[in-house]
Design a protein around this ligand. Sequence first.
Ligand SMILES: [Zn+2]
Length: 151
Amino acid sequence: MTDWKRPQPAPLYLRQRLRANFPEITKMGIYNDRNIAGTTKKSAHAEGRAIDIHLNANIPSQRTLGDQLVSALIRKALPLGIDNVIWNRQIWSRAKGGPRLYKGKSPHTDHIHVEFTRAGSQQSILQAIEMDIAIIRSGMEDLNKAHDSMA
Ligand SMILES: [Zn+2]
């Protein structure tokens, strides 16, 4: 029996991989027994199957990283078992596609919300995202080097 009152394996794995590769991400949250902002509906965080990746969409370098991660997560959503991704006033969902305008209360300009399906959340390894993480990391490093050499 799955214990839904704790962080699930897939978001835990994703957090570990992001921590190891992107020091820019200062904070990530998974389990939180709460409702979706502005509603009486339970958030997927209340089942530990969503992760908030804190990045600031108003800071260009953080926005670039956020955009790259979101695009990879959407591209690989099916093998990763992702149900929806919300970032910077836009949402992609398995049910309705996207990205399209997110009409919820929170604009999600200070974090990416990544929500796994119940089944998807039980994966202990997410092989489908590994190459994307490596490519995004080296791209960000090249970008930072270019900035440093101009400074
Ligand atoms: Zn969230």
